[in-house]
Design a protein around this ligand. Structure first.
Ligand code: ASP
Length: 284
């Protein structure tokens, strides 16, 4: 956790949105084999704010679509001498494998339903920011398609280490096997939690539709003003938000909903991650 605290101290400074030259003359490659708007642009803005140049590979036109193996793609990228590579892939484990075949740091920008480490970091940063660091004993409910969510996986791993109690709330088909407390009913837990993290239904990862309809899902799991009431609860979502399915329009505009703070914090946290991985701890 010490390492994370140091990262967060740097991220705190980077919230000023100032242009810096910490990574001047450095080059970062982003290669996203799976769609992304937020994460990719967040990494690219983070790199540019630190003075690095960014080469963003267009996968639809890349050699992998011409039959090149992933490892050959990695070897070729590596030969160009980047200072870091950010990878997203629909298969779990691809960034881990690629990292063994490149000389520079390789950052997982999300792999299948397995992990999304920088999202969990920015979520923890946002939670700590809100509670002014005092998060021990606080309770968070993660609500939605937890089983297929890399955001949930990374958060469960990270938040559980911080002294937060994590409760998983979902219909049975969206719940993974877990030792954590679970519930199928938001109303059952809402009075006892300090934070709610709503998740998007990962329809692109469902082999078959195992639920009746998103409308039915929303009736039970959408975070509405009616459900939230006046409770002092922090509301998070990694985006993209499926409005009126995950969170309703009114709650999206509510000051307790921190979706845009998460996006802002994401750039600062990724700046801290890039700085640490490229320049090493002695500079941080
Ligand atoms: N943006 C997040 C991810 O890449 C969440 C989502 O897509 O639902 O996993």
């Amino acid at each position: 956790m010490n390492e994370i605290e140091k990262l967060f101290e740097r991220a705190e400074l980077f919230l000023d949105n100032q242009q810096r030259d910490i990574l001047q003359n450095r080059m970062i490659i982003t290669i996203f084999f799976e769609n992304s708007t937020r994460t990719r642009s967040s990494f690219e803005i983070a790199a540019k704010r630190l003075g690095a140049s960014v080469v963003s590979l267009d996968v639809s036109h890349s050699s992998s679509s011409k039959g090149e193996t992933l490892l050959d793609t990695a070897a070729n990228l590596d030969a160009m001498g980047p200072d870091a590579i950010v990878v997203r892939h629909k298969r779990a484990g691809v960034p881990h494998i690629l990292s063994k075949h490149v000389k520079c740091p390789l950052i997982n920008g999300g792999d299948g339903s397995h992990a999304h480490p920088t999202q969990a970091l920015l979520d923890l940063f946002t939670i700590k920011q809100h509670f002014k660091g005092d998060i021990k004993g606080k309770k968070i409910a993660i609500i939605g398609d937890i089983k297929n969510s890399r955001v949930a996986n990374s958060n469960i791993e990270l938040l559980s280490r911080t002294g937060l109690e994590v409760i998983l709330v979902a219909p049975p088909h969206f719940l993974p096997k877990t030792h954590l407390r679970t519930s199928h009913d938001v109303k059952e837990i809402i009075d006892s939690v300090d934070i709610i993290m709503s998740l998007r239904t990962q329809t692109e990862r469902h082999a078959n539709q195992i639920y009746a309809s998103l409308k039915d899902y929303a009736e039970d799991f959408c975070i509405t003003k009616e459900l939230f009431g006046e409770r002092d609860i922090l509301l998070l979502h990694p985006g993209p938000v499926h409005r009126n399915v995950d969170i309703d329009d009114i709650m999206m505009d509510d000051s307790r909903c921190k979706v845009l703070e998460q996006v802002k914090n994401g750039v600062a946290v990724r700046m801290a991650v890039l700085e640490k991985l490229i320049k090493g701890e002695e500079q941080c």
